[in-house]
Design a protein around this ligand. Structure first.
Ligand code: NAD
Ligand code: MG
Length: 389
């Protein structure tokens, strides 16, 4: 087999690092690396681009081009910058692309790869949350294969083998419960960013770690699952499972439940997406059932984790409501990280933005999505000022 041409968007992030680790474990000589991208961490972007021998390295920040060029001097790696350059690089011919930019910023470049017919390994759940139907329609039009990398959805993909043939009765997404699983609301009101980032089981980027603490991450994942699998919102269940060993389960109408188990290491899902439809050997811990003392499950508490109900409301409303929810969440998250609002302000702020923009019409095209996203960010920033006051 010839060398596979691959790209990694968000190579400087946590998923990006795990992807590089999987690729190196597989052997760099199997791959030609086309494009890698990052944002503000130019040193890491240049280091990874050199290590992988990438054709082009892109920073999303146009002001950092000179810095990137300097960091890549003598490497033979082309340097480009800015949103248009990112889309151009993502659309270069490749067999496989890891989509691991964080936030709705990942949508346009991922679409560029999809339109080029590249197999998309999708870590960026915001693509599906913000633009689900339109995003999937673009994938279908180009015939590009979508491989879910979010661990729960990768687990479900493995369980269904990607077929939609047998009707699913229920779909269960597990959640660790995050660092505040046993906190009271009064305790949650006072938590700091550092506490919210300290996830008990998974090592992830700052933003998704905080989203795990609020369970906004699971809220996004419910919407992601709704788009990826033939299932109605009310058939999607969330279960708190502190050990993070069972990643997801599927229930069929005969009462059978299939579960996917594995170590809490994203390289399992990334490696699966890279080797699919085969499997490859991965340097991850093996589960030792004799040493796993127990697997616990409990229902999530809607009082302390209101994000889950926001996802249900967004799915019931349909149209651009999930896009609005996501954009407002990104603004609320920035405000929490910046110290402008408290931990427990995030969900009500998002709920209020959704209520204010409830009248927005459904999106006919991606421009409508970008417009709804921009409006939700504007409303979100107004609300931040009020919550901060
Ligand atoms: P991260 O914060 O560690 O990395 C994010 C990457 O996106 C970096 O390369 C950064 O440079 C880039 N980026 C940030 N802002 C950008 C912008 N405006 N334009 C272009 N690029 C930008 O995040 P992560 O934890 O690796 O997560 C990446 C995505 O994968 C997210 O959508 C997350 O929800 C999803 N995901 C992550 C994990 C995990 O274990 N980390 C698990 C499942 C899903
Ligand atoms: Mg996940």
């Amino acid at each position: 087999m010839g060398r596979r041409r691959i790209s990694i968007l968000g190579v400087t992030g946590s998923i990006g690092a795990s992807t590089v680790s999987v690729i190196e474990a597989r052997g760099l000589d199997r791959f030609d690396v086309v494009a890698v991208s990052g944002n503000s961490n130019i040193a890491s972007l240049a280091e990874r681009a050199r290590r992988l021998g990438a054709e082009v390295a892109v920073t999303a920040d146009p002001a950092r081009l000179a810095e990137l060029r300097a960091a890549l001097t003598g490497s033979g790696v082309e340097a480009t910058a800015g949103p248009a350059a990112l889309i151009e690089a993502a659309g270069r011919p490749a067999d496989w692309m890891m989509s691991a930019i964080v936030g709705a910023a990942g949508l346009a470049p991922t679409l560029a790869a999809a339109r080029a017919g590249t197999t998309v390994a999708l870590a960026n759940k915001e693509c599906l949350v913000a633009a689900g139907d339109l995003f999937l329609a673009e994938m279908a039009r180009s015939g590009a294969q979508l491989l879910p990398v979010d661990s729960e959805h990768n687990a479900l993909f493995q369980l269904t083998h990607g077929t939609r043939a047998v009707p699913i009765e229920r779909l269960i997404l597990t959640a660790s419960g995050g660092p505040f699983r046993n906190f009271t609301r009064a305790e949650m009101a006072r938590v700091t960013v550092a506490q919210a980032v300290a996830h008990p089981n998974w090592s992830m980027g700052t933003r998704i770690s905080i989203d795990s603490a609020t369970m906004f991450n699971k809220a996004l994942e419910m919407i992601e699952a709704w788009h990826l699998f033939p299932i109605a919102p009310e058939q999607i269940e969330v279960l708190v499972h502190p050990q993070s060993i069972v990643h997801a389960m599927i229930g069929y109408s005969d009462g059978s439940i299939l579960a996917h188990l594995g170590p809490p290491d994203m390289r399992v899902a990334i490696g699966h997406a890279l080797a699919w439809p085969q499997r490859c050997e991965l340097p991850v811990d093996r589960l030792d059932f004799a040493r796993l003392s127990r697997l616990e499950f409990q229902a999530p508490d809607p009082e302390r984790f209101p994000a889950l109900d926001l996802a249900r409301a967004a799915m019931a409303r349909g149209g651009v409501a999930p896009c609005v929810m996501n954009a407002a969440r990104e603004v609320a998250l920035d405000a929490f990280i910046g110290g402008d609002v408290g931990f427990l302000d995030m969900a009500p702020l998002v709920g209020e933005a959704m209520a204010r923009l409830d009248g927005l019409p459904a999106a006919r095209d991606l421009d409508d999505i970008y417009m709804a996203d921009a409006q939700a960010r504007r409303v979100g920033r107004e609300l931040v000022k009020r919550y901060a006051a």
